[in-house]
Design a protein around this ligand. Structure first.
Ligand SMILES: *Cc1c(COP(=O)(O)O)cnc(C)c1O
Length: 396
């Protein structure tokens, strides 16, 4: 078996960041609102909005902060109910709790996508929808947008892990009223921490900018119609969730890398997926026809295996050098809805529960070569064969 690649480390930050960081360290100019204009955070907002074709962007401290600010900027009242897929990261329902709203979970099917029948059934009882494109898997956005629009419900996209994904040729994160992205280290663009929200709505961005901590007249440094700001001055709390110039300096030179990362990530994913999908015990749900994915990790589901076979597969793969998590088989996985005990008793969601009990998660960075990918696919196939061959013998 070939040597296994390092599956954990991020890509180095482009060298161009160093000079800008040196300049910031020399001047001490780390706060986004100190410079009269052209602060790194403001430039990042301008570049990111233009790259994705959105009118406005606001860079903040995390994607969670962006989700929270989206709910607040939409003016949702206390105890408003917000529909989310039950397959997401704990930070998503947490951002809803943070905004004094109530997360309502809908079922996700075996393809990691929203179960549209359950979505529609729950839609009349919510005030907003937050679509988490979990691990970059896109649910049927045509149907979601149509159903939400028919009821006048705002749609927030959690595109934390979907930067670069296209839906009918349009950028994910620009389909709903607001789209939120993450710059945490495991996402396409890495600043350690950070997030950004996008919208075409001038009034909404004005509220989000003030809420994020543009106190006094700092909003004048944002390129939005100033009557929108004047209307909200002193009317909104200041949550201080701003981004630092240092983070922006780390992110900006990575924007030019995005297309390559998306291309290589998709190549690696599709290569490993097509190899392991040959196994009778593995299935990799295909993309939807409207979707062009930008994966930086691999999800696949085990079929016709018992819980103990699933656990043995994970242990065997680990011994062979590839770390795989089954979302629903560890006690503390933050992506298993029954571990979100802060929400109270877990709802009954049998489809999502069954999917999580068999869905595997494996890092697959864009920087791997195809021979690295072969080594990863070899381990996955060997581990599953090892476990299931033993079973075949044991039951014979
Ligand atoms: C990473 C992630 C988040 C949280 O992003 P932060 O920037 O760490 O707050 C939210 N949703 C999804 C789908 C994620 O992958």
């Amino acid at each position: 078996m070939a040597d296994l690649p390092n599956m954990h480390d991020a890509e180095p930050i482009p060298e161009a960041a160093r000079q800008e960081i040196d300049r910031l360290l020399q001047s001490g100019d780390l706060f986004r609102y100190t410079a009269p204009e052209a602060a790194p955070v403001a430039l990042l907002e301008e570049e990111f909005a233009s790259m994705l074709g959105a009118k406005f962007a606001l860079a903040v401290s995390s994607c969670s902060a962006a989700l929270f600010l989206s709910l607040k900027a939409l003016g949702l009242p206390r105890d408003a109910r917000v529909l989310i897929p039950a397959f997401t990261f704990a930070a998503v329902p947490s951002s809803i709790v943070h905004a004094d709203c109530i997360p309502v979970l809908c079922e996700v099917d075996g393809s990691y996508r929203i179960d549209m029948a359950d979505f529609e059934a729950k839609l009349d009882d919510v005030q907003a929808v937050m679509i988490s494109h979990m691990r970059g898997h896109t649910s049927d956005m045509d149907a979601i947008l149509r159903l939400a629009e028919a009821r006048g419900l705002p749609v927030i996209e959690d595109a934390a892990h979907s930067l670069g994904t296209l839906w009918n040729g349009r950028r994910i994160g620009t389909l709903g009223q607001v789209g939120c992205f993450s710059f945490q280290s495991y996402k396409m663009l890495n600043a350690g921490e950070g997030g950004i929200l996008l919208t075409d709505d001038a009034d909404l961005i004005a509220r989000a900018v003030i809420l994020s901590g543009a106190y006094e007249h700092n909003w004048k440094k944002h390129p939005v119609l100033h009557d929108a700001f004047a209307k909200w001055q002193n009317k909104l709390p200041l949550y201080n969730l701003r981004m630092s110039n240092l983070s922006a300096a780390v992110i900006r030179p990575q924007l030019a890398e995005l297309d390559r990362r998306v291309r290589d990530g998709r190549r690696n994913h599709d290569y490993v997926a097509s190899r392991i999908d040959q196994s009778p015990w593995i299935t990799v749900p295909p993309s939807l026809p409207q979707e062009e994915r930008a994966p930086d990790s691999l999800q696949f589901s085990l079929c016709d295996m018992t819980d103990s076979e699933v656990d043995a597969f994970v242990d065997t793969a680990k011994t062979m050098g590839v770390s795989i998590q089954v979302f629903g088989r560890s006690t503390d996985n933050a992506r298993a809805f029954w571990n979100w005990e802060f929400l109270g008793p877990a709802p009954d969601l049998p489809k999502t529960r069954a999917m999580l009990a068999r869905a595997c998660d494996c890092r697959l960075p864009a920087r791997l070569s195809l021979s690295d990918c072969d080594a990863v696919a070899d381990v996955i196939l060997s581990a599953v064969n090892h476990v299931m061959q033993q079973q075949v013998q044991a039951t014979a």
